[in-house]
Design a protein around this ligand. Structure first.
Ligand code: ADP
Length: 481
């Protein structure tokens, strides 16, 4: 307004106004009390390339972008009606036939009785601002689309701790909304980490340095997952923090895997140590007592040593298989055609002795498959020894063979403790052992079995009821004979 009144006083002196107007680096105009153009400065004629006849009166409006005509008419007319300064944005056609954005400002020059004698105005080139603004808007939209569609949480907080932006992924995960952020924000962190995270955050804010912290964040369903929170300060040229830009990355699977790996190393060293200690004991006994030892005792000790060696060998083979799976080398085996029935009978005869005759197998199927006997033996040995291991000693284990279209389905049923729904898929993950499991084992057998079955283009899964028992199913394609 201050500018307008200054100009108002200047226009009182016509000569000064004309001189200034001609020199001004923008379009200056004046119009009659009812809005008809009576003057444009040089800048207008240079910009439009028009003649006076084409410009004055209402003619100049022919060079306003058609889409801006309505706004121009309305704003202009209401300005004239209420006799007050007005402004609007419009596009004008330049001499090269391109439209450019202008800001049009108009103020009334009033006589003593408040009547408008004429209108004075400017048209300022705002093409560049418009372009920049458009670009900024476009970038902001791009950022939001990007931020909303990545799986990380993205957030922005002002220097004084006011939440400014949270992406859709964050809201979807936490179930919060912008209104609830200020009050409920700290409630999403796990209480065990909350105090530490607060301290670390204040320390980063004080030092104006990057922030990094691993914590559990509560989902809308009430479960916690591990996230890595990172925040960087956005600073002005003097080093003052303007805002903090942060991301939360879900590291839950990594965290669980790391813990499983640590647990595995603990269990593995223990599992390896047990048979090794037995072997050492037996060998020492044989060595010390060899002279006076009768043949039967000696045989027993040697057999026990052999069993422990076999146990050790199995553990090491399992570990080697894990690295074969990881390097993609588990598939290095030959396939042969064989009878499922003969294969299972042979295997069960071998196992029966150590399993106290608990395995029941009755089948006379005549089904042939293409496969690697050693690898498939590993699968069924593991399933059968699990069935024995995880069920009471006085219960049976049944093996059943069925033909299902082009597949043979082999099921192993036990009457053990069973497996809960949430664990049914997880037991096929490497290192995974159910919490309640206190028996020895590395949690690798089912993982390796699943990989072997996959390499035979088959499937393995479990059906189970806690307290009643489990049925492990292996489905393998029947060979085309
Ligand atoms: P391991 O027996 O060495 O732990 P596995 O991969 O063979 O490893 O089995 C993974 C887990 O699955 C076991 O630790 C056990 O908790 C569960 N499990 C496997 N078979 C059975 C079963 N027949 N009954 C109940 N739980 C089982």
């Amino acid at each position: 307004m201050a500018n307008f009144s200054k100009i108002e006083s200047m226009v009182k002196n016509e000569n000064n106004f004309q001189v200034l107007a001609e020199m001004a680096p923008q379009i200056i105009w004046s119009a009659t009390f009812d809005g008809k153009m009576k003057y444009f400065n040089q800048f207008w004629y240079e910009f439009t390339g028009l003649s006076e006849a084409e410009s004055l009166g209402l003619n100049w409006r022919n060079y306003v972008h058609p889409e801006d005509s309505n706004v121009l008419n309305n704003v202009w007319q209401s300005g004239i009606n209420i006799k007050k300064p007005f402004h609007l944005e419009l596009r004008l056609l330049d001499k090269n036939n391109d439209y450019k954005w202008f800001l049009c400002k108009a103020i009334p020059n009033k006589t003593g009785n408040e009547e408008v004698s004429e209108w004075i105005g400017t048209l300022t080139d705002i093409q560049e601002q418009k372009q920049i603004l458009g670009l900024v808007k476009e970038k902001a939209e791009e950022f939001e689309i990007l931020a909303d569609n990545i799986k990380h949480h993205v957030w922005v907080e002002s220097a004084d701790g006011e939440p400014e932006y949270f992406n859709k992924t964050f809201f979807d995960y936490t179930g919060l909304n912008l209104a609830k952020i200020s009050t409920d924000r700290l409630k999403i962190f796990h209480p065990d980490e909350l105090e530490e995270i607060k301290e670390a955050w204040y320390a980063s804010k004080k030092a104006k340095s990057n922030f990094e912290y691993e914590t559990r964040i509560k989902s809308k369903s009430g479960d916690y997952r591990w996230f890595k929170i990172r925040a960087v300060p956005l600073k002005d040229k003097d080093g003052n923090v303007l805002k903090w830009i942060g991301t939360n990355t879900d590291i839950n699977d990594n965290k669980i895997f790391e813990k499983q790996k640590d647990d595995f190393l603990n269990v593995a060293s223990h599992e390896l140590k047990t048979p090794l200690t037995s072997i050492k004991g037996y060998v020492q006994l044989i060595s010390n007592e060899f002279e006076g030892m009768d043949k039967e005792t000696l045989k027993l000790l040697v057999d026990n040593t052999a069993k422990s060696v076999e146990k050790l060998n199995k553990l090491i083979e399992d570990m080697l298989d894990i690295s074969r799976i990881e390097t993609g080398h588990l598939n290095e085996f030959e396939m042969e055609l064989f009878s499922v029935d003969e294969f299972l009978k042979e295997l069960i005869v071998q196992l029966q002795e150590s399993q106290n005759g608990r395995i029941i197998y009755e089948s006379n199927s005549d089904i042939y498959i293409n496969g690697n006997k050693n690898r498939l033996k590993q699968v069924f040995q593991n399933l059968l020894s699990n069935a024995v291991k995880y069920s009471p000693p006085d219960t049976d284990i049944s093996v059943n063979v069925q033909k299902k279209n082009n597949y043979v389905s082999i099921s192993i049923l036990d009457h053990g403790n069973g497996i809960s729904n949430e664990n049914m898929d997880r037991i096929f993950e490497r290192f995974y052992r159910t919490d309640s499991n206190t028996l020895s084992g590395l949690g690798l057998g089912l993982f390796i079995s699943r990989e072997i079955v996959k390499l035979h283009k088959g499937q393995i899964w479990v059906e189970s009821e806690v307290g009643k028992g489990s049925v492990f199913h292996v489905e393998l394609p029947i060979a085309n004979t």
